[in-house]
Write a protein that binds this ligand. Structure first.
Ligand SMILES: Cc1cc2nc3c(=O)[nH]c(=O)nc-3n(C[C@H](O)[C@H](O)[C@H](O)COP(=O)(O)O)c2cc1C
Length: 187
């Protein structure tokens, strides 16, 4: 698939087939991710891959409860609170894999590097027929010291991009985009 086509056709996928993603395919996606640029070429990204279904379900439940408690304490947006309060809502949508990408450096630029790596990963996945969705609801839990310990991430690491992966039941339609606001200074 051409790159521009993958960009146009990538969608946030929220319904997955139960089938696993082969380790070799995940490695291809990580290899695509690390081709992203990084500040000073530091490449301070760390990929935590969770493909154990029991652990995934457990992380989904704990991250959901953690995020809901945080939103309630902070009087967060009602829409997010009611989604998370629904007992059947699975924040990972039954996806068979979570790739939690951490910035392994406190420099804010490392977080920007991780975002670029995450986008590479999502586009490469689209080209291979694999669906993805960035799950911001999981970030706060992934940044807990005990979560980092459980996942083998160092204490200094910062969770930036939790990406779920799996084969979609169907490719969702495009959500559409507003016309971009462009200020073009022509000479
Ligand atoms: C930083 C970030 C956080 C997101 N968090 C969630 C999330 O927690 N749950 C979810 O279902 N989708 C999440 N999304 C996906 C967006 O809702 C989705 O990308 C957007 O609606 C546009 O749809 P599209 O990706 O299909 O074009 C997130 C996307 C980004 C970039």
């Amino acid at each position: 698939m051409e790159l521009l086509e993958a960009m146009r056709l990538r969608r946030a996928v929220r319904e997955y087939l139960p089938e696993a993603i082969e380790e070799a395919t995940i490695r291809v996606l990580i290899d695509a991710a690390i081709q992203a640029p990084s500040a000073m070429n530091r490449q301070d990204w760390l990929f935590v891959i969770v493909s154990d279904r029991e652990r995934l379900a457990s992380i989904a439940a704990r991250a959901k409860a953690f995020m809901l408690a945080r939103l309630e304490a902070d009087d967060g947006p009602e829409e997010a609170r009611s989604m998370l309060a629904a007992p059947d809502f699975d924040i990972f949508y039954g996806a068979p894999v979570l790739a939690a990408i951490y910035a392994d450096n406190p420099d804010p630029m490392a977080e920007q590097d991780v975002c670029l790596a995450a986008q590479n990963l999502m586009l490469a996945a689209r080209a291979l027929g694999i669906g993805t969705c960035w799950i911001g609801f999981a970030t706060a839990w992934l940044n807990q010291p005990q979560a980092k310990r459980e996942l083998g991430a160092p204490r200094r690491a910062k969770a930036v991009a939790p990406i779920i992966l799996g084969r979609p039941t169907v490719w969702p339609p495009a959500r559409g985009r507003r016309d971009p606001d462009i200020r073009w200074l022509r000479g």
